[in-house]
Each structure stands twice: as structure tokens, then as C-alpha cells.
Design a protein around this ligand. Structure first.
Ligand code: TRP
Length: 362
């Protein structure tokens, strides 16, 4: 069986370091592993509209931001298809048929959707489109016969829903769809990078993000004002590493080689942590290391972005080419789905003749 990846992001804002360590960096590795027959990366504008339908320009303007973030982070359009979800009519068609295979109570049990409903104050009236987006996400995945879906842990309920729909479809209509597997981040630091304020997650509405497109100067400012250990007041005070966002970021980004380069008095992060815990190591020094490590990672990304920004029509052409390839793949699956569901009237050459025979024999 072919190994195929499908994954994507809602274009509701620029991508930040949480996206980068949680998924983007991994995608570039998967792209370069040569292990996959096809890789589709989707800008999920239709899904983003399910809770932003009143603000379509926000989605429209962020498509290019996400595309620039993808390309500057190293996704290579000669190896992956980057495409825009809404341009694939096959996805909405599949969604309509998959709706038959789920119950409202099953959708109500989805913990991610439950949490999102609460967050958006949708409790009293949930838009049906938002409520059913896990079904649409099943279409995204199955349309490409994806075997592998690299996502954060919060997306596991979506994958479970997709697998259930696939099993139900195949048992009702015959083996047609492929059951996907989730691929989640290797370590827990990467699956949930806290905000610069120490809160659980980077989120645009909390203003606690470092964006891939931030300048070196912005990164410096944001790191210098980062949350550390509120009880570590004097340099000589013992400090806490757990829950200290600066150390969490170092866990996610820094390597032993970085110490040699930027902070040779320690061999590795463990040594630095020990000193911090004992007391005698100030926040500024740790923050300076983090600034160096982050800017080292972001410099090449920023340089690529600056080049790409000079030719926006070329970026749209990449999206157009990726979308064309995705349309082809999704339409092929839709044709199989319609045949399995017995709704391929004009493609089935035997239908008319066999029915003629039936009427002749009456
Ligand atoms: N729901 C995903 C997110 O919010 C985005 C997404 C849409 C997705 N369709 C997908 C991810 C299909 C993986 C597969 O991040």
C-alpha cells in the first residue's frame, strides 16, 4: 500500500513557534525522509470558516501568511502539494455522504469539539457547520487515502472519528477508504509549547506568541519579557526550572552544540538547570542563550521568507499547482466513493443496458 500523508492548518493567523516545533519541523523531516509516496499539506480555509464565517477576510488574508510560513520553514513544493481546501469540491461532496454515517450524539462526545464550543461560547447555539467539522476533516483525510496524519494530540479525537467513518463506510459499501493513523510529536515539550507568559499554549488571542516571521529584535524583546520563576528574585536565590517557560523553550530548541557556541561554561542544558536550581544563575543569562538559539533557528527561515515576499504571484502559483494536484487526487477518490455508494449513474455503462433488460423481461 502507498504511504500518503495529509495534514494541515486553519489559516486564522501567522504560524508561531508552537506550530513549528509541534508540526512544521516534523513535516519538513518527513518530506525529506523519502519514505512517503505523496504528501499533501492543506490550508484548511473551509474549516476555519466554520467558526469565522462572519469574518471571511481574516481567512482570506491569512492564506498567504500560512503559505509563506510553510515555504520559509522548508516545505518544498517539488516534494509536497500545498493546497487550499475550499477549492476542492470533492471534499464537500464527501462530507455530505459521510454525514449519514455519524450520529449527533457521537459528534457531541468529541472532546476537542466540546472544548472548542465552550471556548467560543457556542453552548446555546452551535452552528451546524462547526458541530460537524470532524466529518469534514474525515473527508480531508480520506480523499487522499492518507495512511499517516501528523497532528498534535488535540487532534486525536478527529482521527478516531475518521477511522470510525472509514470502517462504517467500508463495511456498508465495500472496501474503498483507507483507515488513517495519527503521527503525534515525539516528545511532550514539542507537543505543547507554552506561551511566553507561561500559560499552557501559545495563542494569538493571549498575545503570548513568538511568530516564525518575527524579527530578531522582536524575538529578543519577547524573550527578555518572558515568564520565568516568580520567586527567583535575586540571582543568588534558588530557581525553579519546572514551569519556567524559558527552560521549556530551551528543552524544545537547544542542543549540546549550542552550549559550545553560545554558553561554553556549561556542557549541556542539565548543567545549566542544576546551576539555576542551586542559585547563582540569573534569568538574563538564560534568556540570552535562548535568544541566540531561537535566532539561529529563525534566521534562515526569515531569509527565505524575505525572498518569497518579493514574488507573491509565484507563491500563489505554487498554491494553484498544489491545489490542481490535490483536486485530481480527491476527485479520483470521490469517483470510487460514488461507485461504491451506487450513485455513479452516468459512469456505469452497464446500468442502462441491465435496466433495459429488466424492463424487456417484464
Ligand atoms: N483541525 C486541524 C487544526 O485545527 C486542521 C485540519 C483540518 C487538519 N483538516 C485536517 C489536520 C486534516 C489534519 C488532517 O489544526
Amino acid at each position: 500500500m502507498k504511504k500518503i500523508i495529509l495534514t494541515g492548518d486553519r489559516p486564522t493567523g501567522k504560524l508561531h513557534l508552537g506550530h513549528y516545533v509541534g508540526s512544521l519541523k516534523r513535516r519538513v523531516e518527513l518530506q525529506n525522509s523519502g519514505e512517503y509516496d505523496d504528501i499533501f499539506i492543506m490550508i484548511a480555509d473551509a474549516q476555519a470558516l466554520t467558526d469565522n464565517f462572519d469574518n471571511p477576510d481574516k481567512i482570506r488574508d491569512n492564506i498567504i501568511e500560512v503559505a509563506l510560513d510553510y515555504l520559509s520553514a522548508g516545505l518544498d513544493p517539488s516534494k509536497v502539494h500545498i493546497f487550499i481546501q475550499s477549492q476542492l469540491t470533492a471534499l464537500t461532496e464527501l462530507t455530505f455522504y459521510y454525514m449519514n454515517l455519524v450520529t449527533v450524539s457521537r459528534l457531541e462526545r468529541n472532546p476537542t469539539v466540546k472544548a472548542e464550543i465552550q471556548m467560543r461560547n457556542f453552548e446555546t447555539s452551535i452552528p451546524a457547520g462547526f458541530f460537524t467539522y470532524p466529518v469534514s476533516q474525515t473527508s480531508d483525510i480520506t480523499a487522499f487515502k492518507a495512511t499517516t496524519v501528523p497532528v498534535g494530540e488535540d487532534q486525536l479525537p478527529m482521527l478516531e472519528q475518521a477511522r470510525e467513518i472509514v470502517r462504517k463506510f467500508n463495511s456498508l459499501y465495500g472496501e474503498t477508504l483507507v483507515e488513517p493513523e495519527a503521527l503525534i510529536p515525539k516528545n511532550s515539550v514539542c507537543s505543547r509549547l507554552p506561551g511566553t507568559d507561561g500559560k499552557a499554549k501559545m495563542s494569538k488571542s493571549l498575545g503570548n506568541c513568538i511568530y516564525l516571521s518575527d524579527s530578531a529584535e522582536d524575538v529578543k524583546k519577547k524573550v527578555m519579557s518572558m515568564y520565568t520563576d516568580p520567586n527567583h528574585i535575586q540571582i543568588s536565590d534558588p530557581g525553579q526550572v519546572e514551569g519556567n517557560a524559558v527552560f521549556t523553550y530551551l528543552d524544545a530548541f537547544c542542543t549540546d552544540a549550542d552550549f559550545e557556541k553560545f554558553c561554553p561554561e556549561y556542557k549541556n542544558l542539565d548543567e545549566m538547570k542544576d546551576h539555576y536550581r542551586r542559585g547563582g544563575l540569573g534569568d538574563v543569562k538564560v534568556k540570552k542563550l535562548l535568544i541566540n538559539v531561537l535566532n539561529q533557528e529563525l534566521d534562515p527561515i526569515r531569509a527565505r521568507r524575505a525572498e518569497l515576499e518579493k514574488d507573491i504571484p509565484a507563491v500563489y502559483q505554487i498554491l494553484k499547482d498544489g491545489t490542481d494536484a490535490a483536486i485530481k487526487a480527491a476527485n479520483a477518490t470521490l469517483a470510487e466513493v460514488k461507485a461504491a455508494m451506487r450513485i455513479n449513474y452516468f459512469e456505469d455503462e452497464e446500468l442502462i443496458s441491465s435496466q433495459q433488460a429488466r424492463f424487456n423481461n417484464k
